[in-house]
Design a protein around this ligand. Structure first.
Ligand code: AMP
Length: 287
């Protein structure tokens, strides 16, 4: 187990990567905001399997948080993250500062129109512009062959894929399955915000999604009925109320357009505020 080399400067990571590439090494890249858990580790493991060099970035990206969101209290356990990266065989840990990524005169933004305005975008209007911009900046610095994203953030994955296609990036974007706790809660750095009661109630998210998938697989085709079913389960405990739901949606896996009737494939996704956490989860359904 060897420690990854920690690199803070964009120019230095570029130099190292160019040297790796000159030796015909392939680069796998996992961008993260840190507070690493098994979800992140599953992406790193896959990157380890498929590439010569694995680069992980840890950057809590200020531009994807709106004022009042959790930017300042987002967990930043760097030492622990470093250990996890060592155990997972990461070669380079890119750890830039906000000042390096966004100098004072910074003014360029990349926006994937349409997709970024749906679902989470309705409630977090600047979020995906920040995500796409930082991911593109990181891609220019790390120059990966393959970049790995979790389908936990399903919309983000689709938007990054679209950006890579629209801008002719020579990078394969891979979407990886959601890793869950034993009881079904999707792993997330933000689960730490939950009290014990809230955490217990949060299990209703995945339970409702599984029930809905089962109903669709048994023949339910009307998304409105599916959404009503989900709500019944979500509201069956004492904590989650109507006002806590940002959205529940049944949509096409590629276009993210909400469907009128469910055909072969769809994704059911939801965003629910539980205490101080805004939880997102989803399930892919194939009939
Ligand atoms: P974050 O640090 O939250 O920005 O996440 C970094 C990457 O890890 C993103 O591609 C996420 O989708 C992915 N990720 C986060 N949680 C999970 C999870 N539970 N399962 C799979 N991937 C995840």
């Amino acid at each position: 187990m060897s420690r990854p080399v920690v690199i803070k400067h964009p120019r230095r990571i570029r130099r190292i990567i160019l040297s790796c590439k000159s030796k015909q090494k392939t680069i796998g890249f996992v961008p993260t905001m840190g507070a690493l858990h098994e979800g992140h580790l599953s992406l790193i493991e896959r990157a380890r399997d498929e590439n010569d060099i694995v680069v992980v970035s840890i950057f809590v990206n200020p531009s994807q948080f709106a004022p009042g969101e959790d930017y300042s209290r987002y967990p930043r356990p760097f030492r622990k993250d470093m250990e996890r990266c060592s155990e997972a065989g990461v070669d380079y840990l890119f750890y830039p500062s906000a000042r390096q990524m966004y100098p004072e005169d910074y003014s360029t933004w990349v926006d994937v129109k349409g997709l970024s305005q749906l679902l989470c975008g309705k409630f977090r209007p600047v979020h995906f512009r920040g995500v796409v911009t930082v991911v593109l900046k990181l891609f220019h610095m790390v120059m990966p062959d393959i970049a790995y994203f979790g389908k936990k953030d399903y919309q983000q994955f689709v938007i990054i894929k679209k950006m890579a296609k629209d801008l002719n990036l020579n990078i394969t974007i891979k979407g990886m399955p959601i890793i869950r706790e034993k009881d079904g809660l999707a792993k997330s750095s933000r689960n730490q915000y939950l009290t014990e009661n809230q955490r217990r109630e949060s299990l209703l998210l995945y339970r409702s999604l599984k029930e809905a998938r089962q109903a669709i697989q048994k023949g339910l085709k009307d998304p409105q009925k599916v959404i009503r079913m989900l709500k019944r389960t979500l509201f069956s405990g004492p904590v989650i109320k109507h006002k806590d739901i940002d959205y529940i949606a049944v949509f096409h896996p590629d276009t993210l357009e909400e469907v009128k009737t469910i055909k072969k494939k769809c994704v059911i996704a939801l965003a629910v505020r539980v205490g101080k956490a805004r939880l997102i989860d989803n399930i892919e359904v194939t009939i």
